[in-house]
Design a protein around this ligand. Structure first.
Ligand code: PEP
Ligand code: MN
Length: 367
C-alpha cells in the first residue's frame, strides 16, 4: 500500500472526528415501526453517528430469517428523514450495491463472508466505480490478513476513498467464550499495515452476547480503535436475528457511559502501533495459554473418570515425578528457570488434582 493511499483515506474521514465514532442499529430491519422507533431512540441518546440495519442477511443455515430485502430500504430512508442519522447497510453483491445507492445509503459495509470471497469483492468493486459513498470492510471470517488487505485494495481501485475497517472476530471450530475469536493481533497488524484507515470494532459479533459488549468495547478503546459498531434493537427479546447480542438503545447508552477513554501515552503513531503490536502478541499468547490449560483440564477430567471407574487412586507419584523432571529439563533448554517451571507445573498439577477429586467424590451423572 502506498503512503499516498493512507493520507487520502484519512482526509476523507475527517468529518467524523469524535471518538468513538459510533455506528448502531438493529442486526436486521424487520418492520417500518421497528426501524424508525430504534433510530429515534438511538438518536435521543446523542451518542450515535450512523444508523445501521441489515437488509439482506447472510445466514449460515437455510430457512432462517434472511432479511426483508429491498422493501426495507424505504423504512431506512424514513428513519434518516426523522433523525438525520446517515445510514449504513451490508452489501454482498452487485444488486445490493445498486439498490443501496438508489436509496441514498451513505456508507456500505462489506460483511465478513463477503470480504473472504475475492469473486464477490471484485463484483462489488466493479459496480462501485465512480460512486460517492463510504465503504467499511469487515475482517474476513477466516484469520487471513492478506485477504483483508486484498478486499481494501479492490475497493480502493474502484476509486472509493472513504474506506474504514471493522474488526468482527474470526470463526473457530473450538468452543470459546466468544462467538468469534477476537485474535486482536490481526487487526493490530492490519493497523500497522494501513495506519491511517479508521479501525472500528464490532463487539456484538465478537461476543455474541450482550454481557461481553462492555469488556470488548473497552479493550478496543484501549487499543486506540477509532469507533464501534454495536447492534441495538428497540426490543431485543423479539429480534428475528442475533437476539442474544442486541441491546436496547438505553442499554447501549449505559455501556458507552461506562467506557473509559484513555489518552494514548504518546501521540507518535509509529511508536504506538509498535507497542500495540507487541501487546497484542502478549494478549494473544495469554489467550492461547488459557485455552491450552482449559483443554488440558478436560483431559485431566477424563482421566479422573477413568480412574474412578477402575478404582485407581488420584495421585500417581511416579508419573508426576516424570512430568516435572522432563518439564524442568525442557524449560532449562528454553532459558526458563528451574524454579519457575517447578512452581508453574506444581500449580497446574494442584489444579488437576482438585478437578479429579471433584470427579471422584461427585455423584455419577446418570444415576
Ligand atoms: C452483521 O453485522 O449483522 C453481520 C452479519 O456481520 P458479519 O458479516 O460480521 O457476520
Ligand atoms: Mn448480526
Amino acid at each position: 500500500m502506498s503512503k499516498e493511499l493512507n493520507i487520502k483515506l484519512m482526509t476523507d474521514w475527517e468529518e467524523y472526528n469524535q471518538r468513538p465514532f459510533m455506528i448502531a442499529g438493529p442486526c436486521s430491519a424487520e418492520s417500518e415501526k421497528q426501524v424508525v422507533e430504534t433510530a429515534i431512540a438511538l438518536r435521543e441518546t446523542g451518542k450515535v453517528d450512523v444508523y445501521r440495519a441489515g437488509i439482506w442477511k447472510p445466514r449460515t443455515r437455510p430457512n432462517s430469517f434472511e432479511g426483508v430485502g429491498s422493501i426495507g430500504l424505504p423504512w431506512l430512508k424514513k428513519a434518516k428523514q426523522e433523525t438525520g442519522l446517515p445510514l449504513t447497510i451490508e452489501v454482498a453483491n452487485a444488486k445490493h450495491v445498486y439498490e443501496a445507492l438508489k436509496f441514498g445509503v451513505d456508507i456500505l459495509w462489506i460483511g465478513a463472508r463477503t470480504a473472504a470471497n475475492p469473486f464477490a469483492m471484485e463484483e462489488i468493486s466493479q459496480v462501485l466505480k465512480g460512486a460517492e459513498v463510504g465503504v467499511l470492510i469487515k475482517n474476513p471470517i477466516n484469520p487471513d490478513l492478506e485477504l483483508w488487505v486484498g478486499a481494501v485494495e479492490r475497493i480502493y481501485n474502484a476509486g472509493i476513498r472513504k474506506i474504514g475497517l471493522i474488526h468482527r472476530g474470526f470463526s473457530t471450530y473450538e468452543k470459546s467464550r466468544f462467538r468469534n475469536l477476537p485474535q486482536w493481533q490481526i487487526p493490530i497488524e492490519m493497523k500497522s499495515r494501513m495506519p491511517r484507515i479508521p479501525m472500528l470494532n464490532d463487539p456484538s459479533h465478537i461476543g455474541g452476547k450482550r454481557s461481553l459488549l462492555l469488556e470488548i468495547s473497552q479493550k478496543a478503546m484501549d487499543l486506540n480503535y477509532d469507533g464501534l459498531m454495536i447492534e441495538s434493537h428497540i426490543n431485543p427479546e423479539v429480534a428475528l436475528s442475533d437476539a442474544q447480542q442486541q441491546v436496547t438503545p438505553k442499554q447501549l447508552a449505559a455501556i458507552l457511559d461506562k467506557l473509559i477513554l484513555r489518552e494514548p501515552m504518546t501521540r507518535d503513531d509509529k511508536l504506538l502501533s509498535t507497542l500495540d503490536e507487541l501487546r497484542g502478541k502478549i494478549d494473544w499468547f495469554d489467550d492461547q495459554l488459557l485455552e491450552i490449560i482449559e483443554q488440558r483440564m478436560e483431559v485431566v477430567k477424563s482421566i479422573g473418570q477413568f480412574k474412578k471407574e477402575n478404582n485407581m487412586s488420584i495421585l500417581q507419584n511416579k508419573r508426576w515425578e516424570e512430568i516435572i523432571y522432563k518439564s524442568i529439563e525442557k524449560g532449562a533448554q528454553k532459558g526458563l528457570s528451574r524454579e519457575f517451571i517447578n512452581k508453574a507445573f506444581k500449580a497446574i498439577h494442584q489444579e488437576s488434582i482438585n478437578h479429579q477429586t471433584e470427579i471422584m467424590n461427585g455423584e455419577d451423572k446418570d444415576i
